[in-house]
Design a protein around this ligand. Structure first.
Ligand code: SAJ
Length: 412
């Protein structure tokens, strides 16, 4: 199948780079998003997110006529759904965005099309998507009931790219492709092979769903180990960064880095999808979530103890993003920490975040966003929350008279 027109539903951190990758292979790509401003920005050849190299790719794709964005889905040969899967109360997966995206494309589906779910999803979500589509289009057959003979093909191919390295990883990473049937998987593999240079490995949809969740839970558990070590080392007066460097000299040891907690919309979220579907068995995975969330509270208490030494302390909080050198503030532990310190009126707080122009809603009116130079000058305490490159370059002499809480180990 030649896939003349490819439609990407959701033009965010995954959907937009994926759309640009197909467009770079001269495919006609129609991107769909519910945000008018995202659609307008993209149609001008610009981008609404920060990701290295993406601006050039999108600009080229739009000006050469390969990529166009729209609010309303149009007919295509392949549909890729890349919308958020957050969790709602009780850490339960919220599939409402996938459901809304499915319902929006259902009217334009035609016999022979393939629909691929890219969003990270709990086990069974691809089957649900197929059922929602089937409900909307009783005139077409779907793999759940028609098996290999269905009119519409359905597969799950979870995205696995690392924010900050998306353009390279999108092309080079292997892809796990879970077809609802063998034929669905094979067709999805043909689709991804348009731009993926890594291996495209076939499995069933449930295994592909669980594979993605297992990867992120694996990382969460390993970060929890590093975070727990950091708290143990504080108690025992040992420099955890040196300890980890030394332990990692062992050929079979590779400890990750402690931080202020785990953020982002993936690693802090996806393990809950496993816990939700197997609550009695997922003990280690649940505990790791608790350790990583607990690390943020630990940093807050550490900072409060230092602030108590001053009459009118000023704290410079360096970084709000969920990790280094990106503008993504989703589920960022840095924001929770700053927010709580501000709510408890622990100090006057100035914030530096080189990757955003305005404070997130949660912090507006509570803290001041300022430049690195003036924040450090004003501060009694410097709370380093994100290891952005701008902070690594700080002249250490400017920190000499300050108390430091260095959650990322860049000053030690
Ligand atoms: N972190 C640490 N210490 C470390 C590594 C990370 O505290 O040693 C923290 C980061 O600061 C951040 C959080 O963990 O707050 C997550 O960052 P990350 O770089 O580990 O991962 P993400 O969320 O940017 O991307 C992950 C990746 N998954 C894995 O590495 C298994 C990526 O490949 C996935 O595509 C992505 O989740 C996703 O979309 O699911």
């Amino acid at each position: 199948m030649s896939f003349d027109v490819i439609s990407i539903i959701g033009l965010g951190y995954i959907g937009l780079p994926t759309a640009a990758a197909f467009a770079a292979r001269r495919k006609k790509v129609v991107g769909v998003d519910v945000s008018q401003s995202a659609v307008d920005t993209i149609n001008k050849g610009e981008i609404h997110i920060v990701e290295p190299e993406l601006d050039m790719l999108v600009h080229a794709a739009v000006t050469q006529g390969h990529l166009r964005a729209t609010l309303i889905p149009e007919p295509a040969d392949a549909f890729l759904i890349a919308v958020p899967t957050p969790f709602c109360d009780g850490n339960k997966p919220d599939l409402s965005y996938i459901e809304a995206a499915s319902r929006s494309i259902a009217p334009v589906l035609k016999k022979g099309d393939i629909v691929v779910l890219e969003s990270t999803s709990p086990v069974g979500a691809t089957e649900k998507m197929s059922a929602w589509l089937a409900n909307c289009r009783p005139d077409l057959t779907f793999p759940q009931h028609a098996g290999e003979q269905s009119d519409i093909r359905i597969a799950h191919c979870p995205e696995r790219v690392l924010p900050g390295h998306v353009i390279r990883e999108l092309v080079q990473n292997d892809r796990v492709i879970g077809g609802m049937t063998r034929r669905c998987g094979e067709l999805a593999r043909d689709l991804y092979q348009i731009f993926v240079q890594g291996d495209c490995i076939l499995t069933d949809a449930r295994t592909a769903e669980m594979c993605k969740l297992s990867e992120n839970a694996f990382r969460d558990v390993n970060i929890a180990y590093a975070n727990e070590l950091s708290m143990i080392c504080d108690r025992l007066d040992i420099n955890v960064w040196e300890l980890i460097r030394l332990a990692n000299r062992h050929p079979r040891v590779s400890i990750l880095q402690p931080g202020p907690g785990v953020g982002g919309h993936c690693i802090a979220v996806d393990p809950w999808f496993i816990v939700d579907s197997a609550p009695d068995e997922a003990k280690l995975i649940r505990t790791a979530r608790g350790v990583n969330d607990g690390k943020s509270h630990y940093v807050i208490e550490q900072t409060k103890r230092l602030a108590a030494r001053f009459k009118a302390p000023v704290i410079a909080c360096l970084g709000l993003a969920f990790k280094a050198n990106i503008d993504d503030l989703r589920e960022s532990p840095a924001i929770d920490i700053v927010n709580q310190l501000a709510d408890e009126r622990v100090a006057d707080i100035v914030v530096v975040e080189p990757n955003v122009a305005v404070l997130p809603e949660a912090l507006r009116g509570k803290v001041e966003l300022t430049s690195l130079t003036s924040a450090i000058e004003a501060a009694d305490i410097v709370l380093l929350l994100v290891d952005h490159r701008e902070f690594k370059d700080i002249n250490r002499r400017r920190l000499q008279s300050k108390l430091l809480v260095d959650t990322r180990g860049i000053f030690s």
